[in-house]
Design a protein around this ligand. Sequence first.
Ligand code: CP
Length: 340
Amino acid sequence: MFKFQGADILSVNQFDHASIEYLFTIADTMQPYAHRKKRTRVLDGAILGNLFFEPSTRTRVSFGTAFNLLGGHVRETVGLSSSALAKGESLYDTARVLSSYSDIIAMRHPDSGSVAEFAEGSRVPVINGGDGANEHPTQALLDLYTISKEQSSHGKTIDGMHIAMVGDLKYGRTVHSLSKLLSLYKNIKFTFIAPDELAMPSYIIDIVDKAGHQYEITEQLEGNLDADIVYQTRIQQERFPSEEEANKYRGKFRLNQAIYTQHCKSNTVIMHPLPRDSRADANELDNDMNQNPNLAIFRQADNGVLVRMALFATTLGVESILKDHECDVIWHSQKANLGL
Ligand code: CP
C-alpha cells in the first residue's frame, strides 16, 4: 500500500486500490469535524503553504478549510504576478524557501509538470492542486469518493458502473485523473462524449483499455446518457490557443432538465468538477437542474473538504489520533429558515 506519511501527492498514478479505500475510510472519519459536530486540534501549530498560481475557488478554499478544520494555520500566495516567480525565480528556489516556512504545501500552477518540479526543491510534502492540463489528483479522489457514496445510495458499487464523460475531454485534467483511478476498479463502462478535436487523449484510452474496461468514443450526446454517472465538464478556455478557438465548442454539449428527462435513466447522477460556465453562450449544466436530487455537484464540492482533510491527516501522520485532540463546537452557524 502507498505510504502516505511524508509523501508528495502529485499524480493519481501513485495510488493502488487498497490505498484509495484506506484514504476514503479516513475521509469518513472527518465528517463530524467537517459538519461542525466536533472540533479537532490535531494540527495545532502546523502551517499549510497554499500556493495558487492559477484561478481557483473550490480547491484553494477547501484545502485551507480542511487544514483549519484539523486545527492548522494557512498561509496563502495567490497569483503568479504577486510572487517572485514573476521576477524569474525558479520553482526550485521558491520551493526551498517556502518549504522552510511550512509543514506541508498545496499548489496549483498553469504548467504541466510544474508541481512535480516544485516538489523536488521542497523539504515538506507537496500536494498537486492542478498542474496545467496534466492532472488534478485531489479532484479525482473527491470525485471517486462521491461516486462511491452516490452509487452506494442506489445500492450499487463502483465496480460494474457505467460513466459518461462529456465535453472538453482533451484539456479537462479532472477527467484524465478520474479515468485513471476508475481503471483500478472492475468492469467499468466508459462513454467518452466530445467533439473529435477535444477527444480523450489516447494515452488515457490506452490505460482504460489495458485495464480491461469497455469504452465507447462518440461525438453524440443524445442517446449516450443512460449511464449511472454523467460527468459534465467545462470548455477549458484557458488551455486553448485562443478564445476564438474555444468559442467553436462552447455550448455544444448542454445538459438541462429536458435532456435529462429524455435521455438519462431516472436515477442517473450528474457530476461536474465545477466551476460550471453559466454564461448564456456556454451553460453546459443548466440551473433548471438545481432541484433535481440526482444533481450531485454540491455534494461533490462538499466531499472535497473530507478528502483533503484525509490527505493532510495521512501525509502528516495524525489520522489515528484525531480524537485525542477533540473538543466541542460552541457556536451555531446554521442560518435560520434555511431554504437550500
Ligand atoms: N474543481 C476545481 O478545481 O475548482 P476550482 O478551479 O474552483 O478550484
